[in-house]
Design a protein around this ligand. Structure first.
Ligand code: LYS
Length: 250
C-alpha cells in the first residue's frame, strides 16, 4: 500500500515537474517554441529556414519578452502531447481553440481568426450538403477532421500532413479538401493550373498559442507580449507581409 502511494506520488511529480514558469524561462534566457513547419504560410520551411507568419509572431513575442528562441518542429498531431510533457514552453502552430483541447492544455488569447474552407475542382462541390457521398481529404488531429466528420455522408480520408491532403485533391484521388482559408489561397497561388473551386467556410475558428495546463505565468506573459506587438504595429506589419491584410481577431 505504502509502496503504491509512493509510486503514485513519484508519478504525479514527474507529471507536473518540468513546466517552466515564466521566471524560470527568464532566468534561462531562451524560450522553447514548438511548431509544425508544414503549414504554409503560417509555419513552413524555405529551404532549411523555418519561417512563416506564426514563426515571425513567435519571434516578435520572444523579443518583447527579452528572450532568445529555440524553435522545435514536430508533426502537428504530437504538438499538444509535447506541450503536456513540457518538451517546450509553448506551441504556436495554428491550433483552433476548442473544448476538447482545453481539457488538456491552456490557450493564450487568439493570435488570428480564420475558418476551415471546402475546396474542390468541381463547381458542384462547394457546400457541406454537397460533400454527401464524397471523399474529403483532411489532415489528422485537426479541427478540419472533427468538423468534416460531422457532415452527413462524407467519406473522410486522413493524411499525416495538410500538404498530403491538398496533393490528393490535385491528383484527383479525393473529391474535396478542407483546410484553413489562408492556406487554401496559398495553395491556389502555388498551383495556378489547377481548376480550383473555393467553396463555403465549413466553420470558423480562433487560433491561439498552446501552453501546458495551469502554467499561468507563461500564458500571461504571452498575452501581454501579443497585446504589445498589436499595439506597436509589429503584428500588423507581419500580417500584411503574409496576407496583405490584418488577420487579428478584431
Ligand atoms: N486550425 C486547425 C486546427 O486547429 C489546423 C491546424 C494546423 C494544421 N497543420 O486543427
Amino acid at each position: 500500500m505504502k509502496k503504491t502511494a509512493l509510486l503514485l506520488g513519484a508519478l504525479l511529480l514527474t507529471a507536473t515537474a518540468g513546466a517552466r514558469t515564466f521566471d524560470e524561462i527568464k532566468a534561462a534566457g531562451t524560450i522553447k517554441i514548438a511548431t509544425e513547419g508544414a503549414f504554409k504560410p503560417f509555419n513552413y520551411f524555405e529551404g532549411k529556414k523555418l519561417t512563416g507568419f506564426e514563426v515571425e509572431i513567435g519571434d516578435a513575442i520572444a523579443k518583447k519578452l527579452g528572450l532568445k528562441v529555440q524553435w522545435i518542429t514536430q508533426p502537428f498531431d504530437s504538438l499538444i502531447i509535447g506541450v503536456t510533457q513540457n518538451r517546450y514552453d509553448f506551441a504556436i502552430a495554428s491550433h483552433g481553440i476548442n473544448e476538447e483541447r482545453a481539457k488538456v492544455v491552456d490557450f493564450s488569447d487568439p493570435h488570428y481568426c480564420t475558418g476551415g474552407q471546402i475546396v474542390s475542382k468541381s463547381p458542384n462541390i462547394k457546400t457541406a450538403a454537397q460533400l454527401n457521398g464524397k471523399r474529403v481529404a483532411v489532415q489528422v488531429g485537426t479541427s478540419y477532421l472533427s468538423n468534416v466528420q460531422k457532415v452527413k455522408g462524407v467519406k473522410v480520408k486522413t493524411f499525416p500532413k495538410d500538404t498530403d491532403a491538398v496533393a490528393a485533391l490535385i491528383a484527383g484521388t479525393v473529391d474535396a479538401w478542407v483546410s484553413d482559408k489562408f492556406v487554401v489561397l496559398d495553395a491556389k497561388k502555388a498551383n495556378p493550373k489547377v481548376k480550383w473551386q473555393l467553396g463555403d467556410l465549413l466553420f470558423k475558428e480562433e487560433i491561439a498559442m498552446v501552453v501546458n495546463k495551469g502554467n499561468d505565468s507563461v500564458t500571461e506573459a504571452l498575452n501581454g507580449a501579443l497585446a504589445d506587438i498589436i499595439k506597436d504595429g509589429t503584428y500588423a506589419k507581419i500580417s500584411k507581409k503574409y496576407f496583405g491584410t490584418d488577420v487579428s481577431c478584431k
